[in-house]
Design a protein around this ligand. Structure first.
Ligand code: S3P
Length: 456
């Protein structure tokens, strides 16, 4: 891989382009970052707990650093410990929820949707005047989904474009009104924002969702002594509830390796003709493991072994995963499965280009609301590489297998697209280039070095 400073082929501001050549073999143990979703929550819940929390192996990507910085601005003391470039230890000392205060200026959420939405849930119940902003990508992402329920709870929230886009102001106060809210789109960020605001409400806050989204907030609140209830409803729907006024206990915890980062290597190993890769201590929470099960349904050879590290106290299941070269067949991915593997759909599309038959991914519209319009980005990137892919409304169809041919691809400064096209470059003939490869460090710092390391 080469990173060259030359005029950006995508025409944007970042002049860097990465080149990836095909690999003869893939072997080894790709190092993974700590889970991004859990790392954000570990920092935010540490800020809400009175005392000192220890976080081991958090992801050291840009998004999690953004959250750490905001936690500091709100009045907690954040000590950065050892980092291996991908994972870092933190110690967070906080006066607790009642001791936090408004920041002395704008809270910059950078590129991070999770930071924006979860922090908004906390600020709604924190007396003071708060202003949130972010980068150009974040300023295009929908916020009405959190603004409406937070307003209903009594927070005074305003945002650009009729209360739908950053920048956003919140005047927080306590107690908030407890509400019952049905999410319009399955979203762990929205659910978490409402539950965090619910901690500052005067009764029982209930969130209903049609598909159970990642449940880290619920598990992590319980591990900190907060009673959170979950009721399974008809057709896979769930209702999550929390009583306001509960205090959080400071804890020590180890963050599992990120399954969404592991997904890139699971697909690389499955689609490469001579591969064996081992992924250590991967978080396999039932609400996050859908990508493993979808790939297996396609015929991927993925072995699950007991992990060396276990953190039963935190309630997050872990496993080591071994993936080997596989013969893949096409898959039909339902809208519910899209919601369960929302961050892994780009790399799953790459897997589908190597599967026999026509794969369909139905109801993927929510991908347009991510760091970029991921449907447009996948379509353009995989077409450039010679894949047989088409989009009809919110449905994606991919016919395979196709021999990919190296070509320039545009990451649109979206980390998951950059990494998807880089993995494609390992099996495409000739050279594949990726615009703004540095964006991979949003979730996976050192990704391109790891990619070079597995090229046996
Ligand atoms: C996340 C939830 C998902 C996911 C994002 C992380 C979280 O977003 O795409 O990368 O940590 O709660 P949505 O809630 O918008 O689906």
């Amino acid at each position: 891989m080469t990173i060259q400073a030359r005029p950006n082929m995508a025409g944007g501001a970042n002049p860097d382009v990465a080149g990836v050549r095909p690999a003869a073999r893939l072997r080894g143990r790709p190092g993974l970052p700590g889970d991004k979703s859990i790392s954000h929550r570990a920092l935010l819940l540490a800020a809400l707990a009175d005392g000192t929390s220890a976080i081991h192996g958090a992801g050291d990507g840009a998004d999690v650093r953004t959250t750490a910085h905001l936690v500091e601005r709100l009045g907690a003391t954040v000590e950065r410990g050892r980092s291996d470039g991908r994972r870092i230890d933190y110690r967070v000392a906080s006066p607790g929820i009642a001791g936090l205060h408004e920041a002395d200026g704008i809270l910059d959420c950078g590129n991070s949707g999770t930071t924006t939405r979860l922090v908004a849930g906390i600020l709604a119940g924190l007396p003071g005047y708060h202003v949130l902003d972010g980068d150009d990508s974040l300023r295009r992402r929908p916020l009405a989904r959190i603004i409406e329920p937070l307003r209903e709870m009594g927070a005074d929230v305003h945002a650009r474009r009729s209360n739908s886009l950053l920048p956003m102001t919140l005047v927080g106060h306590t107690p908030l009104r407890a509400i019952e809210h049905r999410t319009a789109v399955p979203s762990a960020q929205v659910k978490s924002a409402i539950l965090l605001a619910g901690l500052r409400a005067d009764g029982l806050t209930i969130v209903r969702e049609s598909v159970a989204t990642r449940d880290h907030t619920e598990r992590m609140l319980r591990a900190r002594g907060v009673a959170v209830h979950r009721a399974g409803l008809e057709g896979g729907a769930v209702a999550i509830s929390v009583e306001g006024g509960q205090a959080l206990r400071a804890v020590g915890e180890t963050v599992p390796a990120d399954p969404s980062a592991a997904a890139f290597w699971l697909v690389a190993g499955a689609i490469h003709p001579d591969a064996e890769l081992t992924l250590a201590d991967v978080g396999l929470n039932p609400t996050r493991r859908a990508i493993v099960d979808l790939l297996r349904r396609m015929g991927a050879v993925i072995e699950e072994r007991a992990a060396a590290v276990a953190d039963p106290e935190m309630g997050e299941p872990l496993a080591d995963l071994v993936v080997r070269s596989s013969e893949l067949r096409a898959i039909d991915v339902s809208p519910v499965e899209v919601a369960q593997a929302i961050d892994e759909i780009p790399i799953l599309c790459l897997a589908a280009t190597q599967a026999r038959g026509t794969s369909t991914i139905r109801g993927a519209g929510e991908l347009r609301a991510k760091e970029s319009d991921r449907i447009a980005g996948i379509l353009a990137g995989l077409l450039a590489l010679g894949a047989d892919i088409s989009v009809d409304g919110d449905d994606i169809s991919i016919h395979g297998p196709t021999a990919l041919i190296g070509a320039p691809t545009d990451s649109r400064s979206d980390h998951r697209l950059a990494m998807t096209f880089a993995i494609a470059g390992l099996i495409a003939s000739g050279a594949t280039t990726i615009s703004d490869p540095g964006c991979a460090s949003i979730s996976y710092p050192g990704f391109f070095a790891v990619l070079e390391g597995v090229r046996a």
